[in-house]
Ligand binder design. Structure first.
Ligand code: SAM
Length: 265
């Protein structure tokens, strides 16, 4: 997989402090993304974590790796941005857990010396890669037979525009088959990074072509934050931010993310 992605790391380094200040992510729950329930509800993780060898991709501060390590797993958290990982090093020290943080792009992961993994997981990162299908194929090769790949990523329906028409809110989607990307620009309107979105069946084909069996697909509804105070949201929602809470009226009706749980044959 030959892709020049170094400039993407510069972008994620530059927003590491903004991202980590803006989001609240639990260390006592495995999260899948904005406002949705964690694994104690969705139950997609392998039932036994103790002694499992786990790899996180696009980890940010690696809160999910920290959670898994607290439960006895042996964890490596990787990210293209060392500044994002720096937050994880600090948090894992505070929590007194051992996670190995490694700066590497998902397109060029070379972890042969670690052997094969029982669990590879990634939350809201894979579609920031220009070639996510190649990444899935590469990750599949790093799994043990019977191992689990757990990917949560942006849902194509969330790319539609939320509009009010005749007193009712709803989704205006111009083209499900070619969803609008999320493009982030600099002050001069130059593109810095983009997340592409893909139809569900196209993503399922990445898994199929990588020799994986899809065991579950989840499009989780958000937790009912309208009945929670800001403090309750912080304490009870595994992944939250003020920005995502503002999207709640839309998230109640349209999934923002999709989760694939796959097994290597
Ligand atoms: C939206 S953040 C999600 C972080 C974390 N998974 C979480 O749930 O908080 C996306 C992460 O993907 C990382 N990332 C983006 N492109 C990447 C790439 N090509 N290789 C590895 N990591 C990448 C970014 O540095 C960032 O930490």
């Amino acid at each position: 997989m030959k892709k020049d992605v170094k400039h993407l790391g510069d972008y994620w380094d530059s927003i590491a402090n903004i991202y980590n200040d803006a989001v609240t992510i639990s260390l006592d729950e495995f999260h899948y993304g904005p406002l949705v329930p964690g694994d104690s509800v969705l139950k997609l993780l392998p039932s036994e974590l103790n002694g499992k060898r786990c790899l996180e991709v696009g980890a940010g501060a690696g809160q999910n790796s920290i959670y898994l390590a607290k439960n006895g797993a042996s964890c490596i958290a990787t990210d293209i941005s060392d500044k994002q990982l720096e937050y994880g090093r600090i948090i894992s020290d505070e929590e007194n857990v051992d996670v190995e943080f490694k700066c590497a792009s998902m397109e060029e992961l070379n972890l042969e010396e670690y052997g094969e993994f029982d669990l590879i997981h990634s939350s809201y990162a894979i579609t920031f890669s220009p070639c996510p299908q190649d990444v899935i194929s590469h990750l599949s090769k790093m799994l043990k037979p019977g191992g689990t790949l757990l990917i949560s990523t942006g849902h194509p329906l969330f790319t539609g525009e939320w509009l009010e028409l005749d007193g009712e809110d709803g989704l205006f989607l111009t083209n499900y088959f070619e969803p609008e990307p999320d493009v982030r620009l600099d002050d001069d309107e130059n593109e810095r990074v983009r997340s592409n979105f893909y139809p569900i069946s196209e993503m399922a084909d990445w898994m199929f072509n990588a020799g994986l069996v899809i065991e579950r697909i989840q499009e989780p509804k958000p937790l009912a934050i309208e009945r929670m105070s800001p403090a309750q949201i912080k304490n009870n929602v595994p992944y939250s931010s003020k920005g995502w809470c503002e999207y709640y009226p839309q998230l109640k009706n349209v999934p923002a993310l999709v989760i694939f749980k796959c097994r290597k044959l």
